[in-house]
Design a protein around this ligand. Sequence first.
Ligand code: PBG
Length: 344
Amino acid sequence: MQVARLRRLRRSANLRNWISQTQLSPKDIILPYFIVEGKKVKKEIKSMPGVYHLSIDNLVKDISGVKGLNSILLFGIPKIKDEIGSQAYSDDSIVRKAIKAIKREFKELIVITDVCLCGYTIYGHCGIVKPVDGLLFMANGRKKKKNHKLSTINYRPEVDNDATLEVLAKIALSHAQAGADFVALSAMMDGQVRAIREMLDKNGFTDTGILAYSAKYASSFYGPFREALDSRPQFGDRKSYQMDYRNSDEALREIKQDIDEGADIVMVKPALAYLDIIYRAKEKFNVPIAAYNVSGEYSMIKKLADGDRVREKELALEVLTSIKRAGADLVISYFGKEVLRWLV
Ligand code: PBG
């Protein structure tokens, strides 16, 4: 038998480009932003070098400096956290103000907003946890005291699925009213896509899209993000609502359920340790698939590159391209800005 000379097609950069199968393009990138109250704030997040807390004025400035940007994902950091996450749906929530400011300046930009409670509740869970009767000592609206450890003594350590749905629907509607193009549902509550689709439709927002974090795993790769959002659970963990990483069939059930409930785009998260899930989802379903290359995956590359910009670029492009190769159509990446600079 003749030897297949596969190296023949690898001889020059031109040949390699010519036959390359996977292209990472600028339009694939969704760039996340962390928005805080105040003016002129630009504060680097310690665990995520190169990523900042920005006030709205600086957010607008930052966006205008990114060429080729197609879509962004907004996370709000409220001044005040409480038991019910009220700052997530208030009229003057940080996210609503940000959407309006962005829409005033950038008409075409696709604005996606995170809909979740972990950053807005004092106990740092993605849904409503009910206080134990008589022990509700933390009044609504009061700031969480530093070093004040909440414990299961004060709360029933259960996230109430259906009570959470109502709040999530209110948040989603408030974002849609402010002008969000898509709401990103990341709380992993059962029935959240249906509850929010119904709420949006009922109020005339039939064109507001839903990006569902369908297969979201309980992952240790979220660590740096939780520092950015100050959203670490104050008791327990997220394993009763986020998925177990030992499972993949369950991910397909989650995804199917979300599509049936009305999701326009489904997501797998994290990305790198879950490429098989992306691949299976792509094979099975014909909806756009997004993948979230999460904070810990970002920090890992930063650490490995250790300040060497060339290595960082090579690592980031390899990882992001592999996520596309697995089947993702869209990738959320903290390297987004750099990637656009490299590609545009
Ligand atoms: C939860 C949420 C998480 C992330 C985004 N939204 C995970 C979590 O804290 O459980 C993680 C994103 C990242 O790590 O980059 N609403």
